[in-house]
Design a protein around this ligand. Structure first.
Ligand SMILES: Cc1cc2nc3c(=O)[nH]c(=O)nc-3n(C[C@H](O)[C@H](O)[C@H](O)COP(=O)(O)OP(=O)(O)OC[C@H]3O[C@@H](n4cnc5c(N)ncnc54)[C@H](O)[C@@H]3O)c2cc1C
Length: 449
């Protein structure tokens, strides 16, 4: 087995890892990036369809507040475009279809007031959660002891309002509200500015897409140091000594002065540490499970729903397709409906064959947009729970009690091992923005000591 020596080793070639590498490259340092998959990107993965359209199986949108992502997009002059957001959105609830524009569906006044008050409360409340130390927020212990579901049960009385809030939560976290700590939810909302921004297109996290996909930007960033990225080379074990760190991968043994680990906390558990990590760090890792989400794409000759005055956006109480978006390319040379299948729905869908999943999705789309939806040119879906090197998405969600008991170990280095990855970010946590922030921060750490 080959033995390699380097000053710095980055584990993982997603936005966090490549972000860290850009900083080490600028500083003129000797470094390597080691990646388990045969591609860079991690939770970012673009695919070209037979009709030459690029889709993002993983992350696809950036919002106006994702400053670091915009900085890179402008630097590399990648083309972006606005998410299609014209025409009527559909709310399908209790076997009735109603139409609306904007983020919040038109619902009866009582439900609307209840939903509006809840959103307003969360948007203001989240600002009180310190981004660097959410565990020091006022009432942190109390908030970390309840789930979002507990809070909804107490504060959102009207079933329609509660349903819409639940869909919003599942769309953001990819898990049922019963699995997320209220403190984590408030921190996450603040990290992305506020909850409304996280669920919005206009001025929100779903506003902008990359013409060539999100992976293309990452490839542009990595271009100057491509020869330093070792693909298809999972790290199996790590040994630390006074002198540095020895990393055992599938193909090589790499010794480095310092290592930056960018893999999601739950996946760090797959690596053997020959000298155990501090117990509190290990316990932290055990308590940040990945969310459950699947993206499904139905590709048509044209976006036929636009001609009928629809935006392509649906919020529905019909399983398994509760949320859709128009995901057609910028020039609308074909039409694509993207369905998000999250939480319990994804857990159910991955037990079915692809043929059955396709049938269920298309049947729902035809209920929303008409029978043309039954005959796409292509159908494909991607379950991220089934990805060995991600284990789920969109991010890891600390369970109740985790932030207040173990949160301080998220970024604390363990000897010469430093931690990055979107789960460690202060701003844009869970998003590509957070991944970049974390990579830059970890690079600064290793360069400064
Ligand atoms: C379906 C989906 C939709 C999303 N939508 C959006 C969106 O629209 N906008 C947005 O901003 N974000 C979105 N996200 C979240 C976004 O993708 C992530 O926040 C971001 O990409 C995380 O980057 P990262 O570098 O922190 O982690 P990752 O991308 O997970 O990178 C970690 C890397 O480590 C590698 N790795 C794991 N274990 C090992 C090992 N033992 N040895 C070596 N390498 C290892 C992995 O293969 C991976 O490449 C979405 C994610 C998914 C999956």
């Amino acid at each position: 087995m080959e033995t390699i020596q380097t000053e710095f080793l980055i584990i993982g070639a997603g936005y966090a890892g490549i972000g860290a590498a850009t900083q080490l490259q600028m500083a003129g340092k000797n470094f390597l990036v080691v990646e388990a998959r045969d591609r860079i990107g991690g939770r970012v993965w673009s695919k070209t369809l037979p009709n030459n359209t690029t889709i993002d199986l993983g992350a696809q949108w950036i919002g106006p507040d994702q400053k670091l992502m915009w900085e890179q997009a402008l630097k590399h002059r990648v083309k972006t475009f606005d998410t299609y957001d014209e025409g009527k959105n559909i709310l399908y609830y209790n076997k009735k279809m109603t139409y609306y524009k904007g983020t919040i569906p038109k619902i009866d006044p009582f439900s609307l007031i209840s939903l509006g008050l809840s959103l307003d409360k969360i948007n203001k409340w989240c600002k009180k959660i310190p981004l660097d130390k959410p565990w020091e927020a006022p009432d942190a212990k109390k908030l970390d002891a309840i789930t979002v579901q507990n809070w909804m049960n107490q504060h959102i009385r009207f079933p329609k309002a509660r349903f819409l809030f639940k869909v919003g939560v599942e769309t953001v976290f990819a898990c049922p509200p019963s699995e997320i700590s209220m403190l984590q939810a408030l921190f996450y909302a603040h990290s992305g500015e506020d909850f409304e921004k996280l669920i919005s297109i206009q001025n929100g996290a779903q506003q902008t897409r990359f013409e060539k996909g999100s992976q293309h930007l990452l490839q542009c960033m990595a271009q100057p140091f491509q020869d330093k990225i070792l693909l298809d080379n999972p790290v199996n074990a790590i040994e630390q000594s006074e002198k540095g760190v020895k990393v055992y991968t599938k193909k090589s043994i790499i010794t480095a002065n310092k290592v930056i680990i960018t893999v999601p906390p739950a996946l760090v558990e797959k690596i053997s540490f020959l000298q155990s990590l501090p117990a509190n760090r290990v316990q932290l890792q055990q308590r940040i499970p990945m969310g459950s989400a699947m993206k499904s794409f139905a590709v048509y000759k044209k976006p036929f729903w636009r001609e009928k005055g629809f935006s392509g956006q649906v919020v529905s109480d019909l399983n398994p397709v509760q949320v859709t978006f128009d995901c057609s390319p910028a020039d609308a040379s074909c039409g694509i409906i993207l369905s998000f299948i999250e939480a319990e729905n994804e857990r159910f869908m991955i037990t079915l064959s692809e043929e059955k999943r396709k049938e269920l999705v298309l049947q729902r789309l035809s209920q929303y947009f008409g029978k043309e939806a039954l005959e796409p040119d292509y159908y494909l879906d991607k379950s991220w729970a089934e990805e060995t090197w991600s284990g789920g998405c969109y991010a890891g969600n600390p369970t109740p009690g985790t932030l207040t008991s173990f949160g301080e170990y998220l970024r604390t280095p363990c000897g010469n091992i430093h931690w990055a990855g979107t789960e460690t970010a202060m701003k844009g946590n869970g998003y590509m923005e957070g991944a970049l922030e974390s990579g830059y921060r970890a690079a600064k750490e290793v360069l400064s000591n």
